[in-house]
Write a protein that binds this ligand. Structure first.
Ligand code: J2J
Length: 555
C-alpha cells in the first residue's frame, strides 16, 4: 500500500476527548452525513451547474458509484487524489466520492501550473490527478500526463473531457449506476468503507509564507465542526440557495459554510465558473440565490455593477459573505446600501480559525470589523513580539487553537516548530486588534505574503525563483497597493554589474518555470541597493512605503 497518515499531526488525547464530550466532534464522516441528508431529501435539488440539475439522490448515487469505481481503479483508503477541477458538478460529485471511499482529495486550484502541481502532488504523495481537459486555453490534461511521467507515486489521470494516453474519463467514473439493484449493491458496499472520522477528509493548500506551499490536513471531525459553526452564523438552512462564485477548492466556498454546509443543511448549491458580475447577477435572479461568498475585489465589482445598472436582480440575496483579504470600510457600507443584503465579513484561514460578523450585529461592527471566532471552543491570543498578551485596543500577532484548527501542517516538522507555539497555538501571521466587544480588526500582517484579491503569494517563493535568473544581485518581492485587487506583486531588483532587466524578461523566466500566473510580478523596480533593517534583513516595510509613495505621486 502507499503512504500512511504518518505526517498528520493530531490533537492531544485529552483535548480530543474534551471536544468529543462537548459535541464539537460528532464522530461521523462527511460522506455518511451527506448520504443521510440524501436519504432524508432524495428529491430535493442539491446542485445546479448550467443546464445540469441534480437531486440529492442522484448526487449521492453518483458519488457512491464513483467511490466504487475509484476502488476498482486501485485507489485505497488514505490514498491521495490531486483535484484540479473547474467549478462544476463534477467537482462536488468527485469530492463526495472521495469522502465515501476514504480517498483524500488535495484541493488544488485551476490557476495552478506545473510548478505548484509538481510540488503538491509529490508532497501529498498523490496517486492520481483529476483535471479539466483544456480550460481557458491551457491544456491541463497534457500537463497531467507529464507529471505522471515524472512522479513515481502518480499514475492515474482522471479527465473531465476526452481522455488521451490511457487517462480515465471522469464522466464515466461519475456515471449513475445502471439500475436500482446496482444502486442498492453499491450503497451497501460503500457504506462498509466508512472511514475513521479522525482521518483527514481532505488536504487544503496553505496561503503560503514559505518557499513552497504547505498542506493542511482537515479531518472529518474538525471539518464538520468548521462547517457547523459557519452554517450557524450564516443562518443557513434547507431553504437557502448558495452560489459558488470563487474557486470551489478554496476553504471559503467549500466549507464556510459553502458547498459542504449547503449539502449538510439540505440546501441547494449553484455553481458558476467565475464571479463575473453580469452572469452572476443573471444566475442570482434566475435561481433565487440567497447567499454567496466573495473576496473584496469581487464584492467591489458587484457593487459597481449594481450601482451602474440598477434593477432588482439581487432581490433574493439575503447575505453576502466577504473575506480573504481586508474589505475597505467604504465598500463595506455599500454592500447594504447598494446590494441590499446583509454583509458578513469573514476573516478565515484554511488552517482553521474562522472569524465572522453576525447577521444581527450593529452596523458599526459589520462595516468596520472582521468579526469574532465562530465557535465557542475557539481560543485566541494576541501577542506582542516578546510573547506577552496585549490589552484590547492594541495591535498584536494573532495565535489560535481550537476544535477545527489542526496542530500542524502535513509532513512539515521543521516548519511546524516555527508556526506553532508550545501548547499548539497556530500563529496566523496576521496583526489584529481586539476591540472591547470582542470583534477583531485586521491591521496588517507580519508574514511575508502578498494578498492579491484574496490569492496568497509567498514573497520568498517568488524571490527564490527570480534568483535562478543569471545576473540578479539582490531581489525582494513586496505588495504594492492596487485599487481593484488590494495588492499586487512589485519586484525590487539589484542587477549585477553590466546586467539589465525588464519586467517581461522576469515574467517570461517565471512563466518558464511553470508558476501560476497570478503570482507574476506586475511591476519591476530596478535599484542599485535595497535598504536593510538593524538586524540586516531586507527592509520590506521601507520598500512597501517606497512603492506606495511612487504610485500615489504618479496618479
Ligand atoms: C483581512 N485578511 C484576511 C479578512 C482572510 C474564509 C475567508 C477567508 C479565507 C482565507 C478562508 C481576511 N481580512 N477578512 O479560508 O474560510 C487573510 C489573512 C489570513 C489569510 C488566510 C475562509 N480573510 N485574510 O482567506 O487560507 O492574512 O483563507 O491569515 O486563503 O488570509 O488565507 P486563506
Amino acid at each position: 500500500s502507499h503512504s500512511t497518515s504518518t505526517g498528520v499531526v493530531t490533537w492531544p488525547a485529552d483535548i480530543a476527548a474534551d471536544y468529543r464530550a462537548k459535541g464539537y466532534w460528532e464522530d461521523r464522516t462527511l460522506g455518511e452525513m451527506i448520504s443521510a441528508v440524501a436519504d432524508e431529501y432524495p428529491d430535493r435539488e442539491a446542485l445546479v451547474d448550467g443546464d445540469v440539475r441534480m437531486s440529492y439522490a442522484e448526487l449521492a448515487d453518483r458519488a457512491d458509484a464513483a467511490a466504487a469505481r475509484l476502488r476498482d481503479l486501485g485507489f485505497e483508503p488514505d490514498d491521495r487524489l490531486l483535484v484540479q477541477l473547474a467549478n462544476g458538478w463534477q467537482f462536488v460529485a468527485l469530492t463526495l466520492a472521495c469522502f465515501r471511499a476514504g480517498v483524500i482529495p488535495v484541493m488544488a486550484l485551476p490557476s495552478h501550473r506545473r510548478y505548484e502541481l509538481t510540488h503538491l502532488a509529490s508532497l501529498s504523495e498523490s496517486r492520481g490527478i483529476a483535471v479539466p481537459d483544456v480550460l481557458r486555453d491551457f491544456d491541463h490534461q497534457a500537463l497531467a500526463h507529464e507529471l505522471v511521467a515524472e512522479l513515481a507515486d502518480l499514475d492515474v489521470v482522471l479527465v473531465s473531457g476526452t481522455p488521451r494516453h490511457g487517462a480515465v474519463n471522469l464522466d464515466e467514473i461519475l456515471a449513475l449506476p445502471d439500475d436500482g439493484t446496482e444502486r442498492q449493491l453499491l450503497r451497501r458496499r460503500v457504506d462498509e468503507w466508512n472511514p475513521d472520522p479522525d482521518a483527514p477528509a481532505c488536504f487544503l493548500i496553505s496561503g503560503g509564507t514559505t518557499g513552497l506551499p504547505k498542506l493542511i490536513t482537515r479531518t472529518h471531525n474538525d471539518y464538520v465542526c468548521n462547517i457547523r459553526a459557519t452554517t450557524a452564523v450564516a443562518e443557513l438552512d434547507e431553504n437557502d440557495i448558495y452560489l459558488v462564485a470563487l474557486p470551489a477548492g478554496h476553504n471559503f466556498p467549500l466549507a464556510c459554510p459553502g458547498i459542504l454546509g449547503a449539502l449538510l443543511a439540505g440546501a441547494k448549491t449553484v455553481m458558476l465558473p467565475s464571479p463575473e458580475p453580469v452572469r452572476a447577477f443573471t444566475t442570482i435572479a434566475a435561481e433565487g440565490v440567497t447567499i454567496s461568498a466573495a473576496v473584496p475585489a469581487v464584492a467591489q465589482q458587484w457593487i459597481e455593477n449594481q450601482a451602474r445598472t440598477g434593477g432588482n436582480q439581487l432581490e433574493s440575496l439575503r447575505v453576502l459573505q466577504v473575506g480573504g483579504s481586508r474589505l475597505p470600510d467604504e465598500y463595506a457600507a455599500r454592500v447594504g446600501s447598494v446590494l441590499h443584503c446583509t454583509l458578513q465579513q469573514v476573516f478565515g484561514m484554511a488552517e482553521g480559525l474562522i472569524n465572522a460578523t453576525r447577521l444581527d450585529d450593529p452596523t458599526d461592527v459589520i462595516c468596520t470589523t472582521q468579526g469574532r471566532p465562530v465557535c465557542d471552543a475557539d481560543e485566541i491570543r494576541i501577542l506582542d513580539p516578546a510573547g506577552a498578551d496585549v490589552p484590547d485596543g492594541e495591535p498584536g500577532a494573532l495565535y489560535t487553537r481550537g476544535p477545527y484548527t489542526p496542530r500542524g501542517y502535513y509532513n512539515a516538522p521543521e516548519h511546524n516548530a516555527r508556526s506553532f507555539l508550545d501548547g499548539g497555538w497556530y500563529g496566523s501571521g496576521d496583526v489584529v486588534v481586539r476591540r472591547p466587544d470582542g470583534n477583531l480588526v485586521v491591521h496588517g500582517r507580519d508574514k511575508d505574503m502578498i494578498n492579491r484579491a484574496g490569492e496568497k503569494i509567498s514573497a520568498e517563493e517568488i524571490e527564490s525563483l527570480v534568483y535562478r535568473l543569471p545576473g540578479v544581485e539582490l531581489t525582494a518581492a513586496v505588495a504594492m497597493p492596487d485599487p481593484a485587487l488590494g495588492e499586487r506583486v512589485c519586484l525590487y531588483l539589484v542587477p549585477q554589474e553590466g546586467r539589465s532587466f525588464d519586467l517581461d524578461e522576469v515574467r517570461d523566466h517565471l512563466t518558464g518555470l511553470g508558476i501560476a500566473k497570478y503570482k507574476l510580478p506586475e511591476r519591476l523596480q530596478i535599484v542599485s541597493s535595497i535598504p536593510t533593517t538593524k538586524v540586516g534583513k531586507l527592509d520590506k516595510k521601507a520598500l512597501r512605503e517606497d512603492i506606495a509613495t511612487q504610485l500615489s505621486h504618479s496618479q
